[in-house]
Design a protein around this ligand. Structure first.
Ligand code: NAD
Length: 294
């Protein structure tokens, strides 16, 4: 499923002005990363409170850089001006590339992508940060599917170096090239993959979580497994990683994988991950997962 990003490197027009739709966990992180590396970004949401939260998160991340003496307060103030919060599409006419990062709901994403396609210019590239929805499925309602691809960041955006650039059946080279160029400009590493359930990373990660779940069902101690995987050399074990990802997100992504690869990923009975979810242990987002948080 993998294509080299390198072949697209030299094909793109510079991406000078971008926009992110949704100022949530991911949208806020994307805005920060873009601003930090010098590409101006409009951050649009439908709620004032969401915009405020997104900006607060960006300010916090910049302030940490100041604390570590990597930025001066003047530089921080200047970089923050790269993020322009908005509740309207007023300034979208000269945007080169849009990252859609609204809630993971196909109907909402369809509506938002159709809306934004109506206000941007004909050659603006539209991308989606969806974790689980097929890029071909999202392209169906678009007038210019050749200008659309996936741009899948990982959480937390400022720390995770990889971005999956997902090529749908109708995606054109120009869309991939611009998305690869923007990924690089953000200081991230792009990998170009074809559209399929789980893209690349989750196709590796979810069978691993499945293996971990089996161990739990056979009576293993999750803290022990985490310690062993850390000794093996991974930065964190599967239980802690699941708490970071969110057990609700993991259950949903696993359903998508089971639907896409029923012979390999579908399971009889409840997995340990499902049992955690059923008991409202969602991980760090509600302070209780495999571990308890304060
Ligand atoms: P979130 O709930 O934190 O944020 C979603 C934001 O979208 C909210 O601020 C909401 O107000 C806004 N929104 C809703 N409808 C909108 C509209 N019509 N226009 C503009 N904004 C709108 O969600 P999130 O965790 O940031 O996830 C966003 C996307 O990123 C999802 O597709 C998710 O699958 C994907 N993703 C999430 C993670 C993760 O770990 N959280 C990782 C990779 C990808």
């Amino acid at each position: 499923v993998k294509k080299k990003a390198g072949k697209y490197e030299k094909q793109s027009q510079p991406v000078k002005q971008t926009a992110v739709l949704g100022a949530g966990i991911m949208g806020g992180g994307i805005a920060y990363q873009s601003a930090s590396k010098g590409t101006p970004i409009l951050m649009k949401d439908i709620k004032d409170e969401a915009i405020e939260l997104g900006l607060k998160e960006a300010r916090k991340l910049f302030a940490k850089q100041v604390e570590r003496k990597k930025l001066t307060t003047e530089q921080m103030a200047e970089k923050l001006t790269n993020i322009r919060p908005t509740l309207s599409y007023g300034d979208f006419g000269n945007v080169d590339l849009v990252v859609e990062a609204v809630v993971e709901n196909p109907k909402v994403k369809d509506a938002v992508l159709t809306e934004v396609e109506g206000v941007v210019s004909e050659d603006t590239i539209l991308t989606s940060n969806t974790s689980t929805i097929s890029i071909n499925r999202l392209a169906q309602n678009l007038k210019r599917p050749e200008n659309f691809c996936g741009m899948h960041f990982f959480n937390p955006v400022h720390r995770m170096p990889l971005v999956e650039v997902i090529r749908g059946e109708k995606t054109g080279d120009a869309a991939v090239a611009a998305t690869v160029a923007y990924t690089r400009a953000m200081g991230k590493t792009p990998i170009v993959v074809n559209d399929c359930p789980g893209f690349l990373v989750n196709r590796v990660l979810f069978p691993y979580f499945g293996g971990f779940s089996f161990l739990m069902e056979h009576g293993a101690d999750f803290q022990h497994v985490d310690k062993v995987m850390e000794k093996f050399g991974w930065p964190m074990g599967p239980a802690y990683l699941l708490d970071v990802v969110g057990l609700d997100t993991a259950v949903h992504a696993n359903e998508v994988m089971a639907e896409g690869f029923p012979d390999r990923m579908a399971r009889e009975g409840k997995t340990a991950i499902q049992v955690m979810f059923d008991n409202d242990r969602l991980g760090q987002k509600n302070d209780k997962g495999f571990y308890a948080y304060e």
